[in-house]
Design a protein. Structure first.
Length: 328
């Protein structure tokens, strides 16, 4: 018998690489505290409250339970340091613990949507044809439209655009037209002249499949060309969420079909006059001369039908104020 094969096939565990027992106990305790639907909804409501905090009376409306029951659930979240509280008069106000803000954001904006039923179960993994010739041809076409840019720069942008979109593409046959749209936007951002351009806003969320897409569409609708809006994601999803897609169709009609999740690029941030983050934390590079803001709004991917409508109205009110600010 070959001893080398025996040694190779022998299980060689590396238990020392696993999370430590004390750390595991601490993490498990926090996860146990979060493993209640009402507590998760409360956490989401507090995290997305525009005031940055919520009181017991606000949270009692999430379910048909008494305020003492709400207080009990909030106490559990406080015990694992997810929440902090402050009493003012007869009410207690709750906020996300600043030390846990990044973890809560990751839970609500990345982990939670990933556990919801997939929006599409069909993936094209056949590999498809070799797109190199078509991509090169596309770069040649775009180069003729931006003669001030070196053709090699255009080719690099086109290839980068294709590669970044390919990471989440479900249907490879759609990659080239999507690459063209994305590359055109990047080239427009790269060559934008602030002196003669209307104000430009960039909305950034995690998946670019809900909030940021909706906000950009509403800006373009309300501004009537006086403001241009873009959107991007720090970790783009494969498709726009169906709840948001239906709203976009009401806002933009057939043009809504042209929308798709796009990755965040430095060019988009540099080209923007205003960058608005929506639940994605500190992902944007800080560019001098660019105004930054954060909108605490709920995630349509996790909301009920009524919740989606409320989120849409909230974003619409914020967009209306933003457009007024930028055009007056």
């Amino acid at each position: 018998m070959n001893v080398a094969l025996i040694v190779q096939d022998t299980c060689s565990p590396v238990a020392a690489h696993a999370i430590g027992a004390d750390a595991a106990a601490s993490v498990a305790s926090t996860l146990k505290a979060l493993s209640d639907p009402l507590r998760l909804r409360m956490l989401s409501a507090i995290a997305s409250d525009p005031r940055g905090e919520s009181c017991v009376c606000d949270l009692a409306e999430l379910a048909e339970v008494s305020q003492p029951t709400v207080s009990h659930h909030l106490k559990v979240l406080k015990e694992v340091d997810v929440l902090t509280s402050e009493r003012r008069g007869t009410w207690v106000w709750y906020r996300i613990n600043p030390d846990r803000r990044a973890a809560v954001t990751a839970l609500l904006d990345s982990f939670a949507p990933a556990t919801v039923a997939p929006w599409s179960d069909v993936r094209d993994d056949s590999g498809g044809p070799d797109f190199d010739e078509r991509i090169t041809h596309l770069a040649d076409e775009l180069s003729s439209e931006v003669p001030d840019l070196d053709p090699d720069v255009v080719l690099t942008i086109v290839r980068e655009s294709y590669t970044s979109l390919a990471r989440t593409a479900r249907v490879h046959s759609a990659l080239v037209p999507l690459t063209e749209r994305f590359a055109r936007q990047r080239l427009a951002d790269l060559t934008r002249d602030r002196e003669v351009s209307v104000p430009q806003v960039l909305f950034v969320c995690v998946a670019n499949a809900g909030r940021s897409q909706l906000a950009a569409a509403l800006v373009n609708q309300m501004a009537g060309g006086r403001v241009v809006a873009r959107s991007a994601g720090s970790n783009p999803a494969e498709v726009i969420h169906p709840h948001v897609r239906s709203i976009l169709e009401k806002i933009e009609g057939d043009r809504a079909a042209e929308r798709f999740p796009k990755p965040l690029t430095d060019d988009a941030v540099r080209a923007a006059d205003v960058v608005i983050t929506m639940g994605c934390g500190d992902v944007c590079p800080i560019i001098p001369g660019v105004r930054y803001d954060d909108w605490a709004v709920g995630d349509p991917a996790l909301a009920s039908a009524d919740g989606v409508a409320a989120i849409r109205d909230d974003i619409a009110n914020r967009v209306r104020a933003l457009v007024d600010d930028l055009t007056h």
